[in-house]
Design a protein around this ligand. Structure first.
Ligand code: KIV
Ligand code: ZN
Length: 524
């Protein structure tokens, strides 16, 4: 990498690497990871606390809900630039411009595919027409903001000569960032790094724009490709918390940031402006909101990322931590669970801690309802951690989402030598309905009883439980994934009683499945 870096010069406009987070847009394109407006605002505030430079908040034309969410994020965030995605179409760009009106700093990100396969099979357009549409889109976006990003979609499989022509033209038209996506995760590091170096060297006006990369992880190379691009002159990396994103996901923000900051000796730009201590809290927040658990051995944010199992390692770390640790757990936000509130904490302490976590209440009534839930939790669990508070807020917003089916009561019976059984009462579209069922365990029985009431015919694809904090009084966080006719939804639930958490998660997923979908995907 050190030698590749020598090719890097034309585009070094500043020393800092721009971190562009797309958790709220590409991350949300993961099946089942859709987020409500308020959830997006909470994540955006966490990203702002981390000092992420650009937050891509969504694809405003996708639906009224997506527009509202981008608008809410634009209004709520002060320091980061808020970006909205738009295909290279007037109506998309106008909608993005409208959604971003309230932002302190707004960027429109417009894109059109440039690879032979996408132009021929998807767009059914000739290359010259694609180039013309790209230029037109950038000029239109410039009418709303002077911060315009252009992406040639599937650049990783596009012809270099054509890419150079397109990039030169869009930069002349006013694009201030040109983003090179490896849309299908096909590239490998050396080749991708060379591609970026070549583009910077060959595009005559490359010094007028920041070169960015957006890598997908289909071959597990998204981070490696992004880093190779940085070594060859890219000065913006698009990434997501926990590597969330379409299919196998995007480059993970935490891995990119920690690689660049840990290996300052290798990379020219720095990420000193990023508050790395916010990484773990942000990862947990995204995981709790989307229900996408982080694998234990995931770098930086996995539960085992800093755990030393072998005796030799433990001994080495105790003598001198650098023997086996290249980063400090506390620098990325791992801290021993810190008790923040308890049974005797009052409303003010509760409100203050919530504010520190980026949670604000729309009304006194909303604060009161959440405070009552907090008190109920504190009665069951004496020490309340930040993670518990996050789960509490997520739970309240999930409940608000449950428009058609609500849990009224659940009773389960589990006894040695007996078949477990469950009895459930649900409110379905305003009517109370009841059913009993038996199952191989209490959770199975509860799901069968719910299904006996709702009769959804959905297929359970995933059931996972994890503890939010440590200890047997911890809340269990449950994710349930359901599938029907190719549509996939995730539901979440959290409770100190994992059977109730499971039933809540199942009901949340059912509500999502029953909700109408009016949403457009940007890349089809
Ligand atoms: O993967 C991709 O190509 C994208 C573009 C919209 C940038 O997400
Ligand atoms: Zn993408």
């Amino acid at each position: 990498m050190a030698t590749q870096m020598k090719n890097t010069t034309k585009n070094q406009m500043k020393d800092a690497l721009i971190i562009f987070d797309t958790t709220l847009r590409d991350g949300e394109q993961s099946p089942g990871a859709s987020m409500t407006r308020d959830e997006k605002v909470r994540i955006a505030k966490a990203l702002e606390r981390m000092h992420v430079d650009v937050i891509e908040a969504g694809f405003p034309i996708a639906s009224v809900g997506d527009f509202d969410a981008v608008q809410a994020v634009a209004n709520a965030i002060q320091d980061s630039t808020i970006c909205g995605l738009a295909r290279a179409l007037d109506k998309d760009i106008d909608r993005a411009g409208e959604a971003l009106k309230g932002a302190n700093s707004a960027r429109i990100h417009t894109f059109i595919a440039t690879s032979p396969i996408h132009m021929k099979m998807k767009l059914r357009m000739e290359p010259d027409a694609v180039l013309e549409q790209a230029v037109r889109a950038v000029k239109r976006a410039r009418q709303y903001t002077d911060n315009v990003e252009f992406s040639p979609e599937d650049a990783g499989r596009s012809e270099q000569d054509f890419l150079c022509r397109v990039l030169e033209a869009v930069i002349n038209a006013g694009a201030t960032t040109v983003n090179i996506p490896d849309t299908v995760g096909y590239n490998v590091p050396q080749q991708f790094g060379e591609l970026i170096g070549n583009l910077i060297a060959r595009v005559p006006n490359s010094d007028k724009a920041v070169f960015s990369v957006h890598c997908h992880n289909d071959l597990g190379l998204a981070v490696a490709n992004s880093l190779a691009a940085v070594a060859n002159g890219a000065r913006q990396v698009e990434c997501t918390i926990n590597g969330l994103g379409e299919r196998a996901g995007n480059a993970s923000l935490e891995e990119v940031v920690m690689a660049v900051s840990t290996r300052r000796d290798v990379f020219a730009p720095n990420v000193d402006h990023i508050d790395r201590s916010q990484i773990v809290p942000c990862s947990r927040l995204v995981s709790s909101i989307t229900g996408f658990n982080v694998q234990p051995n995931k770098a930086i944010v996995g539960a085992n990322a800093f755990a030393h199992e072998s005796g030799i390692h433990q001994d080495g770390v105790l003598k001198s931590r650098e023997t086996y640790e290249i980063m400090r757990a506390e620098d990325v936000g791992w801290s021993a669970n810190r008790m923040v509130l308890g049974k005797h904490s009052g409303r003010n302490a509760f409100r203050t801690r919530m504010q520190e976590l980026g949670v604000s209440f729309d009304s006194e009534e909303q604060l009161n309802t959440t405070f009552v839930r907090f008190k109920e939790l504190a009665d069951k669990k004496h020490e309340i951690y930040d993670e518990d508070l996050q789960a509490l807020v997520t739970g309240a917003s999930l409940e608000a989402e449950n428009e058609r089916v609500k849990l009224v009561s659940l009773k389960v019976c589990s006894e040695t030598g007996e078949i477990p059984g469950a009895s459930v009462t649900l409110n379905v579209d305003g009517d109370e309905k009841q059913a009993q069922a038996q199952g191989s365990g209490p959770v199975d029985a509860a799901f069968k009883a719910i299904e006996a009431v709702v009769g959804s015919g959905t297929e359970l694809q995933l059931y996972s439980v994890s503890n939010i904090t440590s200890g047997t009084d911890s809340q269990g966080e449950v994710t349930v994934r359901l599938e029907q006719g190719g549509r996939i939804v995730n539901g979440q639930g959290a409770d100190t009683d994992i059977v109730i958490a499971s039933a809540t998660a199942y009901i949340n997923a059912l509500n999502k499945m029953l909700a109408p979908v009016d949403r457009q995907h940007p890349q089809v």
